[in-house]
Design a protein around this ligand. Structure first.
Ligand code: HSE
Length: 313
């Protein structure tokens, strides 16, 4: 049966788990972007509408992550028809919550449903990556968890390099996002080009500790690993307002660890219960309130479902 319209949802993601720069990421429950796509007879892709971006995202198809990802898909299957794409942004831009990945994944997921599920979910990764690459290069630590759900190890940018890691039942997160956009490309440009052997040993040790802690469900060891980053956070701390104060407030309220989500400025606090995560989120938000800075906070868990086709008609 041929469908004329399809819709998909793609969740927020946090890339890097403190350590694990560009190789670890997770999907978050409750927030994300939606894409609605339909074929049309002209060969072009047209962005018909974007809601929720405050007019900031490009509408030109060659400059928008969703249409670039969709173009890669259409070209690959040799589809001559073009596409209309409508985006409904649930995620703030440049916030460290994987906004560009979510738009690319939602568009490709919807398109795959529209085309009759030509590809399995994991096979959609290369198309989504083409969209993400437009804004921040080829790294799959947002796109992979967004597509597949869960906590993922991204040992490369091909499908066979993606591995699901266990998500401990008590793994809760409190998040705070100050109203202070940090473009990912700027946050990447600020990073050191080289690290010393000593740093390399330290960082790889922390990543190994983190993966082991996930397998054992040991949140204390997990938190110690998350806060063990000596390369990326020190370089990016200047981009995240009140990082130290938020960390102190979160710990005082019971958080196990606090780390920068993705390229920032969202801060993530690891907590061991819903109740603690709720309190921690409120306390982190309070830091920005007191500094008279707008921010939003929430508590959530790892989303295990990944992107979802919502409707085809
Ligand atoms: N790993 C990437 C970074 C994620 O930290 O730059 C960007 O969303």
């Amino acid at each position: 049966m041929a469908f004329s319209r399809a819709e998909a949802f793609a969740p927020a993601t946090v890339a890097n788990l403190g350590v694990g720069f560009d190789i670890l990421g997770l999907a978050l429950q409750g927030i994300g972007d939606r894409a609605i796509v339909e074929f049309h007879d002209s060969p072009e892709i047209v962005i018909t509408d974007i809601q929720g971006d405050g007019g900031q995202l490009p509408r030109e198809p060659e400059r928008n992550v969703a249409s670039v990802a969709a173009r890669a898909y259409l070209d690959h299957i040799g589809e001559k028809r073009g596409l209309k794409i409508k985006l409904v942004k649930g995620l703030p831009l440049s916030s460290g919550l994987g906004s560009s990945a979510a738009s690319a994944v939602a568009a490709v997921m919807a398109l795959n449903a529209l085309a009759g599920d030509v590809f399995k979910r994991e096979e959609l990764l290369p198309f989504c990556l083409e969209g993400e690459a437009l804004v921040s290069g080829y790294h799959a630590d947002n796109v992979a968890p967004c597509l597949l759900g869960g906590i993922v190890l991204v040992a490369g940018i091909t499908v066979d390099a993606i591995r699901a890691l266990p998500a401990p039942e008590r793994f809760h997160l409190a998040l705070v996002t100050p109203d202070y956009p940090v473009p990912t490309n700027e946050a990447r440009a600020i990073l050191p080009v080289d690290v010393s052997l000593k740093q390399m040993i330290h960082q790889t040790g922390k990543v190994a500790q983190l993966v082991d802690a996930l397998h054992r469900g040991d949140l204390e060891a997990l938190g110690a690993a998350m806060e063990g980053d000596k390369v990326v956070e020190p370089a990016r701390a200047c981009l995240v307002p009140y990082l130290r104060e938020v960390r102190t407030a979160a710990k005082r309220a019971g958080a196990i660890a606090v780390y920068i989500g993705g390229a920032g400025p969202t801060l993530c606090a690891l907590c061991d219960s819903t109740r603690t995560a709720e309190t921690v989120a409120a306390e982190m938000n309070r830091v920005y309130r007191q500094a008279e800075m707008n921010s939003s906070a929430r508590h959530t868990k790892v989303d295990m479902a990944g992107a979802t086709a919502l409707q085809v008609e």
